[in-house]
Design a binder for this molecule. Structure first.
Ligand SMILES: CC(C)(COP(=O)(O)OP(=O)(O)OC[C@H]1O[C@@H](n2cnc3c(N)ncnc32)[C@H](O)[C@@H]1OP(=O)(O)O)[C@@H](O)C(=O)NCCC(=O)NCCS
Length: 218
């Protein structure tokens, strides 16, 4: 199963959206947020978002393919570079975050989005940063190093650019990010049983990694 990391092309966006949908299928938070599952409209929006990201010079959209299986996409990721933000930029980012998911249950997601923006603005302040904004491995390829290949690409770049890294981690990604030297800074936890048939505690963790020799003023 030789795996190769490549840039994603626009024609791959449909396969990437299917991959992402499959890899989040058993995510308990998603099941509550989108109780009727992923609509065709939602999938179309993911495809469109990926294609726009490919055209964006600050976003790096990558895939890992299985060259023994007709270059089937085993995993994909999006890394993003963001210039230092002013207080007004942070306010705008908060509003944009809250309006980005029109079909989701905002009574649940709103709290998480506000916490994410709040943590990010406190941690990054007026520094530029480098963020993993999406990472998924197709379930049949999980625990075979695909996620690590996409992480290594991003952390090499972080060291090259000398910018702090930021990740909002799901439960599943947490161990992988710790392995790649990200450190937990903050977390958002919720009790899913507040929204039947949800069960158990669910967390998202905010992590950072500073490049070697980084000084806060750089
Ligand atoms: C998180 C995810 C991308 C990991 O991808 P992957 O290709 O399986 O990762 P790797 O095989 O490179 O894993 C490397 C190491 O990370 C850790 N790790 C990966 N998945 C893990 C899991 N589910 N639970 C605990 N540790 C895990 C392990 O230490 C693993 O090493 P090991 O297999 O030798 O023990 C994948 O599980 C996934 O797509 N999950 C659903 C979507 C998601 O939650 N994405 C993260 C968004 S923040």
């Amino acid at each position: 199963m030789p795996l190769e990391l490549r840039p994603m092309a626009k024609e791959d966006a449909q396969e990437a959206a299917a991959l992402s949908t499959a890899s989040y299928e058993n995510n308990p938070f998603r099941a509550i947020l989108l109780p009727t599952g992923m609509s065709d409209g939602r999938i179309d929006r993911i495809v469109e978002k990926r294609q726009k990201a490919i055209d964006d010079p600050d976003k790096y959209v990558l895939k890992v393919v299985d060259t023994d299986n007709n270059d089937k996409m085993a995993g994909c990721a999006v890394w993003e570079y963001t210039e230092a933000m002013t207080n007004e930029d942070w306010e705008r980012a908060k509003e944009e975050a809250l309006s980005a998911y029109p079909e989701a249950r905002m009574d649940i997601l709103g709290d998480f989005l506000l916490k994410t923006q709040d943590s990010k603005s406190r941690i990054m302040g007026h520094s530029r940063w480098w963020e993993l904004i999406a990472l998924t491995t197709l379930p049949i390829y999980q625990r075979r190093g695909v996620g690590s290949m996409l992480m290594k690409w991003g952390t090499d770049k972080l060291e090259e650019m000398k910018v702090p890294g930021f990740i909002v981690s799901s439960d599943q990604g947490y161990g992988l990010y710790l392995k790649h030297c990200f450190k937990e800074i903050d977390r958002w936890e919720t009790d899913l049983s507040r929204w039947p048939p949800g069960q158990g505690m669910y967390k998202n963790v905010f992590l950072t990694r500073m490049p070697l020799g980084y000084a806060a003023s750089s």
